[in-house]
Design a protein around this ligand. Structure first.
Ligand code: ADP
Ligand code: MG
Length: 361
């Protein structure tokens, strides 16, 4: 279990962590998702004891880590910039953590463990090669392996798949969680890739400007995003956000007056809002609220088609099965439908912060 409370960390004038709160449960695979510069690496270093926070506490298994040296914290961290021994073989790089006094294993047990991890990371055939002669992607897997071979109270993984090509990344993503050691060990996994977070995280924490904006299961983050920025971070094509305001009866009316959606918003009439609906939640000729528009452009995405539709002065995009959208041409009239349960409502974005989600019936 990892618990961070009120963590502040500054570098000169830069505030890297600004009152960060984080709870990772025992045995959980937790993904920390955020853009570059959000404070992800600093969070991991703070847990590992490589950075000392200006304020706040780090607890591991309920024990306050103040004054505890990195080596004694029992966490294994994989850095984005991996530190490997370039002249040693991949095998020796994997074996070296198991030679430390703390984690020493009998040679046959060590070989077994290294074999298992190497197999799962797809580097068994590379074990004899010097690390300096491996590709970036291969080196990254060795670095990850070095972390996973030794028993730890928690694994801290900093964008461990970022140097792999898309295909390998997808494959490794599937395998990573299956590695026995990972299944059994609390894992905090850092990424800026929302697809990766959705695929891997038992829970996801969204970090922005050194603070956790939202923590939840993938369903919670997807269906109840805290604000427009979280909603925009998940799903491609991106969520549609239509500007408008709350009418006197609580329904939504778009800014150009062309779109009305019956709902009862938990906001005062006149409140400026954004209605959010994901492209895959808009159907052509389906059931639900109806909207009419004209085709702007279509784009084939394999088995589905992304259709951009002009609704008044706005564009919305939807993803339809290819069958349902064949033959659509620019300027064709189309009828769209959205189920009420798939509508999200947000305050309008402001310069100082993204619009927060508003409840509605
Ligand atoms: P992330 O891993 O999410 O990209 P980091 O934790 O590396 O973000 O950095 C958070 C912020 O702190 C950034 O603005 C970064 O420039 C700054 N920062 C991180 N480490 C240092 C450092 N050693 N010295 C100065 N600034 C730093
Ligand atoms: Mg980083």
């Amino acid at each position: 279990m990892i618990r961070l409370s009120g963590i502040r960390k500054t570098y000169g004038k830069v505030t890297a962590l600004d009152g960060l709160e984080l709870d990772v449960r025992e045995g959980e695979f937790f993904c920390l998702l955020g853009p570059s510069g959000a404070g992800k690496t600093t969070t991991l270093k703070t847990i590992a004891g490589l950075e000392i926070p200006d304020a706040g506490t780090v607890e591991l298994d309920g024990e306050d880590m103040r004054g505890v040296e990195p080596y004694d914290r029992g966490v294994a961290m994989c850095f984005e910039s991996y530190a490997l021994y370039p002249h040693k073989s991949a095998y020796d790089n994997l074996a070296s953590p198991l030679r430390s006094p703390r984690h020493r294993l009998p040679a046959d047990r060590a070989r077994e463990r290294i074999g298992e991890v190497a197999e799962l990371l797809g580097i068994s055939a590379l074990l004899d090669r010097p690390v300096g002669r491996l590709s970036n992607g291969q080196r990254q897997r060795v670095a990850l392996g070095r972390v996973l071979v030794r028993p730890a109270r928690a694994f801290l993984l900093d964008e461990p798949l970022s140097h792999l090509d898309a295909k390998l990344r997808q494959q490794m993503r599937a395998e990573l969680k299956a590695i026995g050691a990972v299944r059994r060990t609390t894992t905090l996994y850092v990424t800026h890739d929302s697809v990766e977070a959705l695929a891997l995280g038992d829970r996801i924490g969204v970090i922005r400007d050194g603070r956790i904006v939202q923590t939840g299961t993938r369903e919670e983050i997807w269906y109840r995003p805290h604000d427009t920025e979280v909603a925009r971070a998940f799903g491609r094509p991106r969520i549609n956000l239509l500007p408008g305001a709350i009418a006197p009866d609580g329904s939504f009316r778009s800014a150009d007056g062309k779109v009305e959606l019956p709902m009862r918003a938990d906001a005062a009439p006149g409140t400026e809002v954004l209605v959010g609906v994901r492209p895959r939640d808009i159907e052509l000729n389906g059931r639900g609220h109806e909207l009419t528009g004209t085709v702007y452009v279509t784009e084939v995405l394999g088995r589905s088609v992304e259709v951009t539709v002009r609704l008044g002065e706005q564009h919305v995009s939807l993803v339809a099965p290819r069958g349902g959208a064949t033959g659509l041409r620019p300027d064709d009239p189309v009828r769209l439908s959205v189920r009420p349960e798939n509508l999200l409502l947000f305050e309008a974005d402001r310069p100082e912060r993204p619009g927060r989600r508003i409840d509605h019936d």
